[in-house]
Design a protein around this ligand. Structure first.
Ligand SMILES: Nc1ncnc2c1ncn2[C@@H]1O[C@H](COP(=O)(O)OP(=O)(O)OP(=O)(O)O)[C@@H](O)[C@H]1O
Ligand SMILES: [Mg+2]
Length: 470
């Protein structure tokens, strides 16, 4: 094997060719490849260059040559060799000056330099090392020594390159982590905004509870008076019947008046009117009751609470969303309530979690109806199933399932993430489930689990301890 010998200048950049001269003297032109190890030999003496390149002929390294300091600096800039062997005595700028300029240049300062000095020249060796050279080799050259020293420095150079690369990787990682921390900080700030919103919600809850209470009183006395009115009207009708029996032929003006007000119709209609008024007041009472149950403000201490009441009050608030509309029949509600005891909890907050999960179920059903006809939905109706059951003596479970659009595993893995939403802007904020999980897991030491199959539906299971230690 011979060695790769070449020298390049600015013109050659971008398409660097080098030639290889075999021992028979044949010249083979090759294109320079990026990952070849390059060594720059700098010596004004062609014999020295020949001896040195001959010593390295079997190494597979690419040998670049320069015959003076100026050219050496240019070559070092263009070709960034892995190592420079630099003669001290040269016409023009000498080896020391060349070394000084190489070390002073950001493009070449990292390239290790080995000085070539005469055997006894201690002063030169020390001067070279002080200028930043990594080693020296002595003339006349000993082939083994040259190869060994060059080999060591090539390895050192490649290790230090690796270190630099790893440093870069580390720096990138630090930057990534910093960006992640910044993200986390942003999210934290958003959560704080959300906390403020939650406080507002609780103020709203207070207002709702107050209004519900105020409605309850007048509704109560209307309902009470209606019952009395019903009795009184029955009595009046009884008396009219009695009069009609006793006096079948009343005076003509009484007959005329009876016909004018359609007495017979009134006798039948008034009791019906009273009955429908009673139904109305019953509904008003239920609504006000639900509002009060739903908005129970109970942040300070746990209270005994019947989860069925909580679910029912939430459902009555969501009633308008379950009703039939022009696109679909009513959403079917299956309540499979088991025998479960009251639990010690914060009812207002649990209701908020029920509300979030049930609203999501309705959204998912509506999404699954997209592109389906009314008839099609009627045949395979939208359905929400709510089950309550005991897991063991200490835990109960509430599962809320829908046969809506379901979700992919990828989405399912993110549903509890703060601000994760697949809904359109303005439709979802991505907070419902992260707040619900906080309520169930952090506030109640429970668990919130989600199972879902795309196209089939989703089930959220809330598991709660019955009597948790405060
Ligand atoms: N029952 C469900 N079926 C299908 N996907 C659901 C269901 N429940 C939640 N998801 C998915 O989880 C996402 C996050 O739900 P989450 O309640 O946290 O936020 P959101 O409903 O998008 O917005 P909001 O803050 O108004 O509740 C939803 O956008 C939806 O993609
Ligand atoms: Mg939601």
């Amino acid at each position: 094997m011979g060695s790769w010998l070449f020298s390049i200048g600015p013109k050659d950049l971008g398409n660097v060719l080098c030639y290889y001269r075999s021992q028979s003297g044949k010249k083979i032109i090759k294109k320079m490849t990026g990952n070849m190890i390059k060594i720059l030999l700098v010596d004004d003496n062609p014999t020295n260059l020949k001896v040195l390149s001959g010593a390295m002929s079997d190494s597979g390294w690419m040998i670049l040559v320069a015959t003076d300091g100026e050219r050496a600096i240019k070559q070092a800039e263009y070709a960034t060799p892995d190592l420079i062997l630099l003669d001290v005595m040269m016409p023009g700028i000498d080896g020391f000056e060349t070394c000084y300029r190489l070390k002073d240049n950001p493009m070449t300062e990292e390239i290790p330099v080995i000085f070539m000095t005469a055997l006894n020249d201690t002063v030169d060796k020390v001067k070279g090392l002080n200028l930043g050279a990594v080693d020296y080799i002595t003339k006349p050259f000993q082939q083994e020594e040259v190869l060994a020293r060059v080999g060591v420095h090539i390895r050192l150079r490649s290790l230090s390159k690796k270190l630099i690369q790893q440093n870069e990787v580390l720096e990138n990682k630090v930057q990534e982590r910093t960006a992640e921390l910044m993200d986390a900080l942003n999210n934290l700030q958003k959560s704080q905004v959300q906390l403020v919103k939650n406080e507002k919600m609780s103020a709203l809850g207070q207002l709702v509870a107050g209004v519900a209470h105020e409605i309850n009183n007048p509704v109560g006395f209307i309902a009470g008076n209606l019952s009395q009115a019903e009795q009184d009207i029955k009595s009046l009708i009884k008396i009219i019947d009695c009069y009609q029996k006793e006096y079948p032929n009343p005076a003509s003006h009484i007959l005329e008046l009876s016909e004018e007000i359609d007495l017979e119709y009134l006798k039948q209609d008034v009791p019906d009117m009273i009955a429908s008024m009673k139904q109305g007041t019953d509904r008003l009472r239920n609504i006000s009751m639900s509002l009060r149950t739903f908005s129970r403000l109970d942040d300070r201490a746990r209270v005994q609470f019947n989860v069925h009441e909580g679910i029912d009050s939430t459902l009555s608030i969501l009633k308008h969303r379950l009703k039939a509309n022009e696109n679909r029949p009513e959403i079917k509600l299956l309540r499979q309530y088991g025998e479960v005891p009251a639990i010690k909890c914060f009812p207002g907050q649990l209701n908020q979690a029920f509300m979030n999960i049930l609203s999501n179920a309705i959204d998912a059903l509506e999404e699954s109806n997209n592109g389906r006809s009314y008839q099609n939905v009627k045949e395979k109706p939208n359905q929400i199933t709510i089950r309550t059951y005991l897991l063991d003596a200490d835990w109960l479970a509430i599962s809320i399932g829908d046969n809506g659009c379901g979700m992919s595993e990828e989405i399912r893995a993110k549903v509890f993430d703060h601000l994760f939403t697949t809904k359109a802007v303005g439709k979802g904020t991505g907070l419902g489930l992260s707040i619900s999980r906080e309520i169930i897991e952090d506030k109640h030491q429970g668990r919130l689990i989600c199972h879902s199959v795309v196209g089939q539906g989703t089930e959220f299971t809330i598991e709660l301890p019955i009597s948790p230690g405060d």
